[in-house]
Design a protein around this ligand. Structure first.
Ligand SMILES: C[S@@+](CC[C@H](N)C(=O)[O-])C[C@H]1O[C@@H](n2cnc3c(N)ncnc32)[C@H](O)[C@@H]1O
Length: 363
């Protein structure tokens, strides 16, 4: 195949010129000797010697094989003929782990699928099958299928808002999809800090690996301190690591700076946790409303507090939820203001996920 040979440092310029004129073929750039690159030319490109090439020669080189563009092209030949519907159509990548749900018809080919995916996506280390979320800790039931280097740990690292987050999808809940909610939480906490005209203490008793603090800690002069916890000890280990790493970059002394493994409903029984928070986050979507009465005592018992949480509810009950939330606040001795309950997304045919928020005046 005909290639234009140019000095390596001029590759980009000539790539642009050839592309702009429609002379660049789809195969990749090849190496021509130590200091030159070959740009693949289409049949329409002018002949060698045309003034447009500024004296650079054309050379005949084998085109570079672009390689498979989809993981299914790496499957063994005898599987290639199976219908497309056999193969998983979606998957999730978390750090160096690929997580996929295997339908019954794909199960016998699990190993071939995993090997094909590792071949197609070089940064991956491990492919796992996801059998759904289990128990109170909301952890996925992951089965390692194939590992590039033999290691089957589900510990890995992801990036969220420019910060490294240590996660372990086989042991601890974490969802990258909630990053936009965390961004909104940051906006709300910032607005509340402006309203109080002082840095605030945020309590997140269901904090998982701690992602709600990625942005909160980074925002100078936003937090006076934090109380972060979870009932899953493995979540707390990772959260400690994460918060320590994020805090190292910040020149602020947080008070309190508490990370603990404890049932959120029992925090109120500890003098160092009770009555300390300006903001309380409640992220236990299947039980958030039920836990609320045990969480109100965490608020500083005077001035204003901000409650923000997430819940999965029957769609038909959404209209009653503002009233329910306000009733719960009043029962705890507070006066609710600006209460909102808004749908985020469908959860099932009858249930939806909502975000709720209320400003509470304490006497
Ligand atoms: C939906 S996850 C939210 C995690 C985190 N806020 C996030 O956004 O990634 C709920 C978390 O609550 C924890 N949890 C469940 N029951 C709890 C309880 N009674 N007290 C404290 N944490 C609990 C689970 O271990 C899990 O990490």
């Amino acid at each position: 195949m005909r290639h234009l040979s140019v000095p390596s440092e001029q590759t980009q310029v000539w790539l642009q010129r050839c592309r702009a004129n429609g002379w660049l073929a789809q195969t990749g750039v090849v190496v021509v000797g130590e200091h030159h690159r070959g740009l693949p030319l289409t049949d329409d490109a002018p002949a060698e010697g045309d003034a447009c090439w500024e004296g650079f020669p054309h050379v005949e080189v084998e085109p570079r094989n672009r390689g498979p563009t989809h993981w299914t092209e790496h499957l063994p030949e005898h599987l290639q003929s199976l219908p497309e519907s056999t193969w998983p159509s979606s998957y999730e990548i978390m750090g160096d782990i690929l997580i996929l749900k295997l339908e019954e018809k794909a199960e016998p080919h699990a190993q071939a699928i995993a090997e094909a995916m590792l071949a197609q996506i070089p940064p991956l280390r491990l492919v796992c099958a996801d059998d759904g979320v289990m128990g109170d800790f909301r952890v996925r039931d992951l089965t390692p299928i194939h590992s590039r280097d033999g290691s089957t740990t589900t510990k890995t690292r992801v990036k969220e808002n420019d910060q490294v987050v240590d996660v372990d999808p086989g042991e601890v809940y974490y969802s990258a999809r909630l990053a936009h909610q965390r961004k909104k939480t940051h906006d709300e906490v910032r607005a509340f800090r402006q309203r109080l005209n002082r840095p605030v203490v945020v309590a997140d008793p269901y904090a998982g690996v701690g992602p709600s603090f990625v942005l909160l800690l980074k925002d100078t002069d936003l937090l006076q301190g934090y109380l972060a916890g979870d009932l899953n000890p493995k979540a707390v280990d990772l959260m400690r690591q994460n918060i320590a790493r994020w805090s190292r970059k910040i020149d602020t002394e947080f008070t309190p700076a508490t990370v603990l493994c404890k049932d959120a409903r029992t925090w109120k029984d500890e003098p160092e946790l009770r009555g300390k928070a300006d903001v309380v986050l409640v992220n236990l979507p299947h039980d958030s409303f039920e836990h609320l009465p045990d969480l109100f005592p965490l608020f500083v018992p005077h001035g204003e507090g901000l409650l923000r949480g997430w819940a999965i509810i029957e769609r038909t009950t959404i209209d009653t939820r503002v009233e329910q939330l306000e009733r719960l606040v009043r029962a705890a001795g507070g006066t609710p203001k600006e209460t909102r309950v808004s749908e985020i997304k469908d959860f099932s045919t009858t249930r939806i996920k909502v975000v709720f928020q209320t400003l509470i005046a304490w006497e």
